[in-house]
Design a protein around this ligand. Structure first.
Ligand SMILES: [Zn+2]
Ligand SMILES: [Zn+2]
Length: 244
């Protein structure tokens, strides 16, 4: 047995830094050592007022370029980190390497981000997550977005509706399609669970996901929830790319 494996048995996994693997105090806030905490790009400065992406310090204020060109179906987005090399490595471990235990510390990161907005007056009635197809979930063993949303639900006390959104299609072929077609295609990949429909009428929903890229998937989910009567839909992600 390798030393690293032995250490994992002796110590709980959470005392290794998620980014550089150095041994850390288990009380560390987000599973990161002090050095990585300093290096990570937290979205606590200038962000897009619509999607929440980090904006260049000396660039535009207000909306990012994407959000100036195109509106979104969600009301407002928030994110915790900028999707850089180090942040991407952490996400990869959590999403693709079976390291689902990382959910607890990463949920705290989401919680701290959301707390800022709740303190400013944001009202959220229910949490949910971007669903993955059951076949993909069986392959991966879990839906990373669901683990995060459940963690956030525990920390905030806000109820999580884990099955309000359903992923209907396994893959959505997108190449060669126009923007409008892609949008329709993506909408058709999801549906709202009719049994729970009455619960979301007139409510404010927060959709949790791991990463924000173009926002197309989150738009599709938010659009559906609104069609079914949700009053407002917000999105919260662990990380998002920097805006241009
Ligand atoms: Zn570290
Ligand atoms: Zn934006």
């Amino acid at each position: 047995m390798r030393i690293a494996e032995l250490l994992k048995i002796i110590f709980p996994d959470s005392i290794y830094c998620f980014s550089c693997n150095s041994i850390i105090d288990s009380s560390s806030l987000y599973g990161l050592c002090d050095s990585c905490m300093e290096k990570f790009n937290f979205a606590n400065k200038k962000t897009c007022e619509k999607c929440g992406k980090i904006l260049w310090e000396d660039g535009f204020s207000g909306r990012c370029k994407d959000c100036r060109n195109q509106d979104h179906d969600f009301d407002k987005g928030y994110t915790c980190l900028m999707y850089g090399l180090m942040e991407r490595k952490v996400l990869k471990r959590f999403k693709y390497c079976g390291e689902s235990y990382m959910k607890d510390k990463l949920s705290v990161l989401l919680y701290d981000r959301l707390k800022i907005e709740l303190n400013k007056g944001l009202i959220i009635d229910y949490l949910t997550c971007v669903p993955i197809h059951r076949r993909k979930k069986a392959e991966r063993g879990y839906n990373q977005a669901e683990l995060l949303a459940k963690g956030l639900s525990r920390l905030t006390g806000i109820e999580m509706l884990s099955r309000i959104l359903v992923r209907e299609k396994y893959t959505v072929p997108m190449s060669g399609l126009s923007k409008e077609m892609r949008k329709t295609n993506l909408r058709e990949a999801f549906s709202v669970n009719k049994d729970w429909k009455t619960m979301i009428e007139g409510k404010n929903i927060l959709i949790v996901d791991d990463v924000y890229t173009t926002g197309a998937t989150l738009d599709a989910c938010a659009g559906l929830l609104k069609e079914e009567g949700a009053s407002s839909v917000y999105v919260l992600t662990l990380m998002a790319g920097r805006s241009n």
